[in-house]
Design a protein around this ligand. Structure first.
Ligand code: ZN
Ligand code: ZN
Ligand code: FE
Length: 753
């Protein structure tokens, strides 16, 4: 094959792909040219070593590139072609490809640590293979002038690198150096301190101070993770009593001193996205207040050169928690941070590169042989996910997601773009953020929806936004049942084709609107993308006090025991609680909707085991403490039995056995383990039977409860031999809901055609 036209598809723009092709061509003596266009990268190539060149396109692609396809067709050679050139991109021809932020690459790390390099010690070094992207992007197309780096004029030395196709900074839009780029400083009470900012900051951290540190997607609060006084003080100032703090370490070796890190977990930690990875605590101890009662701690590696230099200067693990008051979104602007964070901190590690959008740290863990995303934000957004081909013909869709862990989903041309985590919409600031994101994503991705999708819950903020938009723009609005959306999200992520038939979905969740007027959350649904049928559920019990029952686990214990005709046991276990008043309200049907929620069952069991706080200080607290207690006892424990009453899966036998254990003085960890085993047995046993009876060829596991890796792995073990669809790149919690809503809307629209 003397000459070929090569098409490369995937994430191949803005990642240094053209200069990579140029270098490859030089190495293999290929003549021709490379350009960007609407479909990706297009290459004309001629030369004897064309086959080697083709293979290398895939095998040696730059670190931030994702090559989905390399298509090659033979063409006539161009007469008189000499050399290989990079063609300029024609404005307007390129469909927007924006890549996520990436941590400092090995080459840039080596450079900033090398005293002979001009970027030695420079906290904003980056290149085509690393650096900020989405967090500095103001508008499209991605170019220096459309990022917050436009405030800095390139010096001649940077300009030369930027224009040299042989340099790894060729067209690196955020290129910077100490002569021309952003700078960092340490600030106390509005005054900049003289001296080297990172050394000053590290010294203060060593002295036990709390610092606000401006990062990639927002401010963090940092302190010495081994200094109990400092960590406890941070909890007090932040008014965050129990929710675990994330940690940052200078390198993998440091993390290994405090946590068990498998090879696969090490790889996730070291990916360019640098998420927080939940790892089992082992080895040296940290300050007890870092994560009270937890078995897994959230660790990340430095997210940029500033953090790398800070962590190196400090020399140990730091607490690195988002810079906000509990519930508020993270601060991103310097003045905003000064205004909001001054009461929390002793000093600010500031810099003058503007953050264009708030991006929280992503949170992931490894379970059941795969990565499990729990919060999808910095480093992952705005990556797209391919929809199953059977849904690819759908028109552009915008799905609004849930209420907590809000995220939007844009669908176009068979690709789904799940936005970054937008926070909990109980918070006014997060609502503002959400509205901004709706406009922001539409503009950045040139997206005009023809169909909208939302939850069926009438009071979700997102439902009201979707209704208002549908009204103004005259668009159809598809309302998707909460757990149908969860299951559809798992199906879509797994690439389940509509023609492959229905799936039996197990959705174990907090609370979701049920069409029968009750609150769902422990469901076995037979689903295809367009429709679902509710086949089984956890036996519903009242939620005494409505939303108060989400906060206070003991209310759910009363409801569970009363439903099992064990009110005397409830009285004995909850002697100090106002049960009589609550029961009177339940009897009159006051603020006590029925719910099949699995999440609330976890709360009740945690309370019965003596592991739940009186009042949860964060969502899932009781369940996380229950899981932590269960871990060491799992291997020796036997499952608690669950019963069946028609379509209802009945926890009554479980309660009888648990109370007997408790009366016999069996340790709380064993109770917790037996509950996990029993629930996994019930979830998978019922799913297997229903899938068989209804001809479903796969089982999906989804909903917030499957963030519990113990439950997830126990279920996967019991479903060995079945096709099981689980979440990996998208969260199983409400953070992934919008993807499912979009998939359901796509299927319904296609079915109508
Ligand atoms: Zn780099
Ligand atoms: Zn420069
Ligand atoms: Fe949910």
């Amino acid at each position: 094959m003397p000459a070929a036209r090569i098409r490369v598809r995937g994430q191949v723009q803005g990642v240094g792909f053209r200069p990579f092709v140029w270098r490859l061509a030089a190495r293999h003596e290929i003549r021709g040219e490379v350009s960007n266009d609407a479909e990706g990268v297009l290459i004309h190539a001629e030369g004897a070593a064309l086959d080697v060149f083709l293979a290398a396109l895939r095998d040696e692609a730059p670190p931030l590139a994702r090559v989905d396809a390399v298509e090659c067709e033979p063409v006539e050679p161009h007469l008189g072609l000499s050399g290989f050139s990079i063609r300029e991109t024609h404005a307007g021809a390129v469909r927007t490809h924006v890549t996520p932020d990436a941590v400092v690459c090995p080459a840039c790390s080596a450079e900033i640590l090398d005293p002979d390099e001009r970027r030695h010690g420079y906290p904003f070094a980056n290149c085509t293979h690393c650096g900020p992207r989405f967090s500095i992007l103001e508008q499209i197309p991605y170019d220096r002038a459309t990022t917050t780096m436009r405030a800095f004029a390139m010096c001649p030395a940077c300009r030369r690198e930027y224009e040299d196709p042989g340099d790894r900074r060729f067209h690196a839009q955020p290129i910077a150096c100490p002569d021309c780029g952003p700078r960092a400083w340490l600030e106390v009470a509005g005054t900049e301190l003289s001296g080297e900012a990172l050394a000053l900051a590290a010294a203060r951290l060593r002295a036990g101070q709390i610092l606000a540190v401006k990062g990639i997607g927002g401010f963090h609060l940092a302190c010495d993770a081994r200094n109990e006084v400092a960590v406890a003080e941070l909890r007090r100032r932040k008014r965050r009593p129990g929710k675990p703090f994330a940690l940052m370490a200078p390198d993998l070796e440091t993390i290994r001193r405090f946590a068990r890190v498998s090879a696969a977990e090490g790889e996730i930690l070291a990916t360019p996205a640098a998420p927080v990875v939940l790892l089992e605590a082992a080895g040296e101890a940290l300050a007890p207040s870092v994560a009270p009662g937890q078995w897994a701690l959230g660790w990340m590696l430095p997210t940029g050169p500033l953090h790398l230099l800070l962590l190196r200067a400090f020399g140990g693990p730091l607490v690195m928690t988002s810079g906000n008051l509990s519930g508020d979104p993270q601060a991103i602007g310097n003045d905003e941070a000064r205004e909001k964070l001054t009461p929390f901190v002793d000093a600010f590690l500031m810099h003058d590169r503007k953050i264009a959008r708030r991006l929280d740290d992503s949170v992931a863990r490894r379970a059941g042989g795969a990565l499990r995303m729990q919060r999808r934000a910095r480093g992952y957004a705005p990556e797209t996910l391919p929809l199953p081909t059977g849904l690819a013909a759908a028109p552009p869709i915008l799905a609004y997601g849930g209420h907590l862990k809000a995220a939007l989903c844009l669908v176009r041309d068979g690709q789904a773009l799940l936005s970054h985590h937008l926070g909990d919409l109980d918070d006014a600031l997060s609502c503002t953020e959400f509205d901004k994101a709706e406009r922001d994503y539409a503009a950045l991705f040139d997206h005009t929806p023809q169909v909208l999708a939302c939850d069926q819950h009438p009071d979700y903020r997102t439902t009201r936004s979707a209704e208002a938009r549908a009204d103004v723009d005259g668009l159809p609005l598809v309302r998707v049942q909460h757990h149908h959306a969860h299951i559809a999200a798992a199906m879509a992520e797994a690439g389940w084709e509509p023609r492959a038939g229905p799936v039996l979905g197990v959705a174990f969740d907090g609370l979701g609107w049920g069409p029968d007027g009750s609150v769902w959350g422990g469901e076995w649904l037979l689903c295809d993308y367009a429709r679902f049928e509710r086949l089984a559920w956890l036996r519903p019990v009242p939620l005494p006090g409505g939303t108060a029952a989400q906060r206070e686990p003991w209310r759910n214990l009363m409801a569970q025991l009363d439903a099992c005709d064990l009110p005397a046991e409830a009285d004995a276990l909850l002697a100090d609680k106002p049960l009589a008043t609550l029961r009177a309200a339940v009897d009159r049907g006051l603020n006590a909707p029925l719910s099949s929620s699995a999440g609330r069952l976890f709360d009740a069991v945690a309370c019965a085991a003596g592991l739940a706080p009186e009042r949860q200080s964060y969502e899932g607290e009781a369940a996380m403490l229950l899981e932590a207690a269960a871990r060491p006892a799992l291997s020796a424990a036997r499952p608690y039995p669950f019963g069946r009453d028609g379509a209802a899966v009945d926890p009554a036998p479980m309660w009888a056995a648990l109370l007997a254990d408790r009366a016999a003085g069996v340790p709380a960890g064993v109770l917790a383990a037996r509950f996990h085993l029993g629930l996994a047995e019930a979830a998978s046993g019922v799913a297997r039977a229903l899938a068989k009876a209804h001809g479903a060829r796969a089982i999906a596991l989804t909903g917030g409860c499957f963030q519990n890796v113990t439950l997830l792995e126990l279920c996967l073990g019991r479903l060995a031999g079945c096709t099981v669809l689980t979440h990996s790149a998208t969260p199983s919690n409400d953070g992934g809901l919008a993807l499912g809503q979009a998939a359901v809307a796509a299927a319904q629209v296609l079915a109508q055609r």
